[in-house]
Design a protein around this ligand. Sequence first.
Ligand code: SF4
Length: 458
Amino acid sequence: MISPAPTLFDAPALLSLQRAIQDNQGSEVFFVGYVDEDSRLIRDVEAVAYGNQSMTPVLLERALTADVIIHNHPSGNLEPSAQDLQMADMLMNQAGVSFVIVDNTVTQVKIVYYAPFLSSQKQTPLKTEEILKLFGPEGAFALKLKGYEAREAQLSMLSQIVDAFNHKDLAIIEAGTGTGKSLAYLLPSLYWAHQNKEKVIITTFTKNLQQQLVDKDLPFLKDILPFSFSYAIVKGKQNYICRKRFEEAFDTLKALSHTPALFDAEDQERYRLFAAVDEWLSQTKEGDLEELAGELLRQVREDIQAQSDLCIHRRCPYFDNCYINLSRQKVFTSDLIITNHHFFLAQLSLDYADVNVRLLPLFSKIIIDEAHNFKKAALSFLQEQASFFSLNKNLGRIYSLSRKKHNGELNQLLLNLQKSQAPGARSCLEKIQDDILPYFEALREKINYFLRPLISRL
Ligand code: SF4
């Protein structure tokens, strides 16, 4: 959220920031700051790094002894970059250090993390009456929706959620269809996020419900609430295209197309599919694979979707424009985050400090809708399992025996080496064929030997 700078800095600190940025001709300056325990304002600040020097040893060393890192964005766009988010995450998770961004005149501040708010003992409780007023005869609902009538069950549910939020309690609520439960939990969640500057997560089992919240309920509330708020859907990485995987595979096909003897019908069909994805890529803003037409998606998904274990993070040439990072940026700066049970549980089972795989920011409250499915989803994530199919699928991603020669990474490498004129390519090819392929074949045989008999018993 973006706030006026005086809500976070005391006057001398504001002045010091402005002077240091001015002295540096408006270029980037990184400061460490210290928070006053009573006022929760940042009182002392000190410039410790200049220019595009984030993650320098001196800054990291000083950051670990400070309460907050502050830096300016000379462009005036206060949205955190992928690099900012990575640094903010690491500092918050590993040292509890907050991270904020200011503009060059230090009039506005973007809070990425602010621990004094996150762990505040002084949370502002919600006022049930204030929210219920929206439902009264003169309230926003009646004014906006002709003939609107408040439902008793909805108001009772809302009050129970307000109580649970205020008292850090757990509320288990069963509400029948037509209760208006989405609004009953969205309102306390939004008021909480707004008043306490804490993120609230809503998790659902079905995509339909997520879509209803995002397409219908939240835009409606944006119209009637007396404050602004932001929200985002967070999805697993595999829902996005990996630019690197796509570009590399497409480049290989393009190179192959110059050698007609090697460019067979299967390659040509694959080329056609990749060209269609390339066209979509030039238009998409989100990189969400669901935007692709069903049949096209079915045929290319495996080859172009982002995969945690294949991502090389900062070493990737597309890192700053990676769709996952863009989505992460949006999620980390939203007040309300909508997700699904599977993704939420998958994130819980991760090492929370691993900033490369974590897509959920720190949050304060959670609403679990469609909770009757939560147990089923939890079981599938909080247990370890291996299956004949998943082992073979993963093996196939490395080296595939399928007729489709492009399927595995190793198959791809073999193809490239066969075509290559580079010195050493032939010996490398022989090494793979003699030493590595037999290893994969033996592994596949072992999986078959141990697991096939089990399958036949099912
Ligand atoms: S950062 Fe990772 S997921 Fe994103 S494009 Fe690069 S390799 Fe793919």
